[in-house]
Write a protein that binds this ligand. Structure first.
Ligand code: F6R
Length: 610
């Protein structure tokens, strides 16, 4: 969703702001803007709808050597994507960029009746509120603090004033903000960003703001305060991501790169945690004693979208490893409002790639409030959820830039299996099953690479054929069921083809009525004890004139219009191989349809609002 960049130093600010905003493009946005200032009180405010390239044109037409500025990518919430609603917003002498939502903006607006508003945004209300406190004898810091003490909602903000042109003020409540501390003492600078990717290439040292903190940033200094103006000691942390990880590295799209690199990213996920020789797995960072691990009786897995489907698949595996534990998997946007009770000795796995998803975060807080231990299964290091959970682990999939989540799914499932293995070890149960999972997890990276490589041309050709259809049904049983749900999500979000995932056993209960020439049916069929049931469902669809494609590891004779047969030494983890294939299928379908593969319409990478 929205992104923030700010710069103060000796370099041309507009260049750094625009390149930083480009790094945040992946988060999803519909307009953008920057403002730069200088000691001569001469601000340059440039805003544009559409892609950053439009903003770049304005920057080229209005060059300025200014060395301080703030920039923003906006994902519309209050007010349409229009230039007047784009940030930065000006009120008097101040400029403001804002991520998040000011919930009491209407009430605040009614108290600012003298102010002439020019946008429909909640952000301009905050700008006007700060301005209302910014008397000639008041500092910007004091005005910002007074305003923020009246605000309800969430914010990550950066504020500039032409009266105090040697500082940027930033503050955070709910929406992430970090300050990249310049690394060159002879050429001091500081950079502000809502996401570490905008800092890469400039510095690896960052101060992550906590909720309720404000910082006054000059070229040489960062002063950290709380909202009662008490000074705090900033903690400088290392950013672990590398610049190369957020570049396309020769691929046409980030999505293709992220699908193809899964064998490598999965290796990072399991590295040092899985020992196939000893047949063991161990996750660190859980913050649970052996006694607490042994006591676990119930696991609730919380997530949204792909993270939720990763949880669904993992639950099948967890049930196999921990046969004395019950599991439930819940959608965060629903669960947060339910009057739920969790049994004693529950733990919650909070699954999120970004670590910022608003609904997932709200669930985490609801669960914590009930005294239940929360463990994060998170990708983005230092993210809000990662900071608020009681314990947990990073999945180490590396930066995921394309809006559609792919490699994170694989790493999330693997991490939850390792969690189950860790708990089972503490309970001293099911060593054979743990050993089987450990062996399969260690083989999985190579199996993924082989599957993708072997079937890429075939999948591309299939996409050429099926991209002319308007609808798709994805069908699977058992562990292939959550994979079917995930496959349908992937297809619809990037190709805009309507797709639904269903449990194959449910066909007779409704979806059969859909089978017609506008639909194709993709069956995920895994060899095993339920295969004949899946094959019957396939035949029933074929008998009704369905257009079928099958992804399978079975060597049985299968009658289908198209058949993608993988060979693998895996058993339990075969669904993950079928999943990477359907990710590739969705990718090529989207390419055929000509949409914006990495930034599908109306979507954002990090869903920080409800
Ligand atoms: C789908 C997708 C979304 C996310 C969901 C949760 O491809 O990317 O469904 O999975 O928004 O996001 P995180 O994992 O960041 O909490």
């Amino acid at each position: 969703m929205c992104g923030i960049v700010g710069y103060i130093g000796n370099k041309k600010a507009s260049d750094i702001l625009v390149s930083g905003l480009k790094r945040l493009e992946y988060r999803g946005y519909d307009s953008s803007g920057i403002v730069t200032i200088n000691p001569e009180n001469n601000p340059t405010l440039l805003r544009s709808t559409g892609k950053i390239i439009e903003l770049e044109k304005l920057v080229d037409q209005n060059p300025t050597p200014d060395q301080i500025g703030i920039g923003h990518t906006r994902w519309a919430t209050h007010g349409a994507p229009a230039e007047r609603n784009a940030h930065p917003h000006r009120a008097g002498d101040i400029f403001l960029v804002h991520n998040g939502i000011i919930e009491n903006y209407k009430e605040l607006k009614s108290q600012l009746s003298d102010y002439e508003f020019t946008s429909d945004t909640d952000t301009e209300v905050l700008a006007a509120l700060i301005n209302s406190f910014y008397d000639p004898d008041t500092t910007l810091q004091s005005a910002v603090t007074q305003a923020l003490n009246l605000v309800h909602g969430t914010y990550g903000i950066a504020v500039l004033s032409i009266r105090e042109p040697d500082q940027i003020i930033v503050a955070r409540l709910g929406s992430p903000l970090l300050i990249g501390v310049g690394k060159d003492k002879d050429n001091p600078e500081n950079i502000v960003a809502s996401d570490a990717s905008a800092l890469l290439g400039h510095t690896k040292n960052a101060i992550y703001l906590n909720n309720g903190e404000l910082a006054i940033i000059t070229k040489t200094e960062v002063k950290l305060l709380d909202l009662a103006a008490q000074e705090l000691t900033p903690k400088v942390e290392k950013i672990t991501a590398e610049l190369a990880e957020i570049q396309k590295q020769g691929y046409e799209h980030f999505l293709l790169k992220e699908i193809m690199e899964q064998s490598t990213t999965l290796r990072s996920t399991i590295s040092g945690r899985v020992d196939p020789e000893k047949g063991t797995m161990k996750l660190g960072g859980l913050n649970l004693s052996d006694q607490e691990l042994r006591g676990i009786k119930h696991i609730v897995i919380v997530g949204c979208g792909t993270a939720y489907y990763a949880g669904m698949l993992a639950a099948y595996y967890i049930e196999q490893v921990l046969d004395d534990v019950t599991t439930e998997v819940v959608i965060a946007s629903e669960y947060r409002y339910r009057a739920f009770n969790l049994p004693e000795a529950s733990v919650a796995l909070i699954v999120s790639q970004s670590g910022e998803t608003a609904d997932t975060l709200a669930c985490l807080r609801e669960i914590k409030a009930r005294g239940v231990k929360t463990l994060g299964i998170i990708n983005v290091v230092g993210s809000t959820i990662a900071r608020e959970v009681d314990g947990g682990t990073y999945v180490h999939a590396g930066p995921e830039i394309s809006v559609a989540s792919t490699k994170a799914f694989t790493s999330q499932v693997a991490t939850m299996i390792m969690f189950a293995g860790t708990v089972a070890k503490a309970k001293d149960i099911n060593p054979q099953i743990i050993a089987k999972f450990a062996r399969e997890l260690s083989l999985l990276p190579d199996e993924i690479a082989k599957t993708l490589q072997t079937h890429q041309p075939e999948i591309q050709a299939l996409a050429r054929h099926y991209s002319k259809y308007d609808h798709a049904l994805y069908l699977g049983r058992d562990t292939a069921y959550p994979v079917a749900l995930e496959g349908a999500l992937k297809l619809k979000e990037i190709s805009y083809i309507h797709a639904e995932g269903y449990a194959a056993g449910e066909l007779k209960h409704g979806p059969f009525a859909l089978v017609d020439d506008r639909f194709f049916e993709l069956f995920l069929i895994i060899d095993g004890w339920l295969i004949d049931k899946s094959l019957s469902a396939l035949q029933e669809v074929k008998a009704r004139g369905g257009h079928t494609v099958v992804f399978t590891n079975s060597t049985k004779e299968i009658e289908s219009d198209h058949l993608v047969r993988i060979t693998t030494q895996l058993d339990l983890l075969t669904p993950i191989l079928l999943n990477v294939l359907q990710q590739l299928f969705a990718y090529y379908m989207a390419v055929e349809k000509g949409g914006d593969v990495d930034q599908p319409r109306n979507l954002a990478k990090s869903v920080t609002v409800e």
